[in-house]
Design a protein around this ligand. Structure first.
Ligand SMILES: [Zn+2]
Length: 137
């Protein structure tokens, strides 16, 4: 069983809206499954309830996420920008996302991490310590 509820993401520092409306689905059926490529559909997100690896490669199994929202980068607000820290957007064909949060609110607060490399899932991981969700319906 699972259900979807529409939320909107805010920056925890300046309260700005940093996403479009996102329908969040909480998966009760474990293990959590996430699509690799193509990325999550725009406007939809999933919440991890158990630790999952950051990538499909063995060497990254120690990078685990729990209670993170995964969603499409396309669901972010238009004024969300890339981090000024260039070492956080390294990757082969795009940002791998293993170097730390790489998307910033207009106030400069890092709100989460985009992965969009050839060897990673294509997704945005919301940082729950830098943001909060407002329930729309
Ligand atoms: Zn902000």
């Amino acid at each position: 069983m699972s259900k979807r509820v529409t939320h909107i993401l805010h920056c925890a520092v300046c309260d700005a809206v940093v996403s479009e409306p996102v329908s969040l689905e909480v998966e009760d059926d474990l293990p959590f499954r996430r699509p690799l490529k193509p990325a999550f559909p725009k406007g939809e997100g999933w919440v991890t309830m158990e630790p999952i690896p950051q990538s499909k490669w063995n060497e990254c199994r120690d990078l685990l996420y729990t209670n993170y929202v995964f969603m499409s980068t396309e669901s972010l607000a238009e004024d969300v920008a890339d981090t000024p820290f260039k070492d956080r957007v390294r990757g082969c064909c795009g940002p791998s996302g293993i170097d730390g949060p790489n998307k910033v609110c207009k106030c400069g607060n890092h709100i989460g991490t985009e992965s969009r490399d050839c060897w990673t899932a294509w997704e945005f991981k919301v940082d729950p310590t830098a943001t909060y969700w407002e329930v729309l319906q």
